[in-house]
Design a protein around this ligand. Structure first.
Ligand code: PRP
Length: 184
């Protein structure tokens, strides 16, 4: 007996190799360093999906005044009804008031998660607020979100690996793969 209704997976098709990801992450780090230099900066990891992107990105930054923090979000309700409701499961611990803040996210899909987090942080009177996303996936976007640093742009595809999961599986894969379901 299975507890959840899961799709039956035919194969995982490679989309971005670990080497391609590493190159993009280093290039993004250089872009971010060019913006902030050594200005005090708080980089905020959006758990769990951004965990590897965040760890690789912040270790590539040269900024000597970098602080790290973490949030965890949960969403309820269906997308495409404009009713998706997002809450904090875990908020940052650093006071963001008057700080430069960089949100580090694995994927922006519908945009609801980032609409919530950007609005929450903006209300804390931060000095500046920017968003780095490894993947900007456009097909299901419902919220207009400005992304400041983008690793890869994808139109569609159910992708896993490098932090991204399907039912909590595949996060630890070093590359990014598209799930190809069995034909029904
Ligand atoms: C995923 C992903 C993003 C969010 C993007 O997180 O990591 O945070 O969804 O979706 P959206 O643009 O449609 O809001 P999820 O809630 O699955 O949690 P996880 O990061 O722990 O996998």
């Amino acid at each position: 007996m299975s507890c959840d209704s899961e799709i039956s997976i035919k194969e995982l098709q490679a989309v971005f190799s670990p080497e391609e990801i590493a190159m993009r992450v280093r290039a993004l780090a250089a872009e971010i360093d060019a913006v902030y230099g050594d200005e005090p900066l708080v980089a905020v990891c959006v758990l769990k999906g951004a965990v590897f992107f965040f760890s690789d990105l912040v270790r590539s930054l040269q900024n000597k005044n970098l602080e790290l923090d973490f949030v965890r979000l949960s969403s309820y309700g269906r997308e495409s009804t404009s009713s998706k409701h997002v809450i904090f499961n875990k908020d940052v611990e650093i006071d963001l008031c008057d700080k430069h803040v960089l949100i580090v996210e694995d994927i922006v899909d519908s945009g609801y998660s980032m609409r919530f987090l950007l609005a929450q942080f903006a209300a804390r009177r931060v000095r500046s607020l920017r968003l780095a996303a490894l993947i900007d996936k456009s097909e299901r976007r419902e919220m207009d979100i400005a992304l400041d640093f983008v690793g890869f742009r994808l139109k569609k595809g159910f992708i896993v690996g490098y932090g991204l999961d399907y039912a909590e599986r595949y996060r630890a894969l070093p590359g990014i793969y598209e799930i190809i379901p069995e034909e029904r």
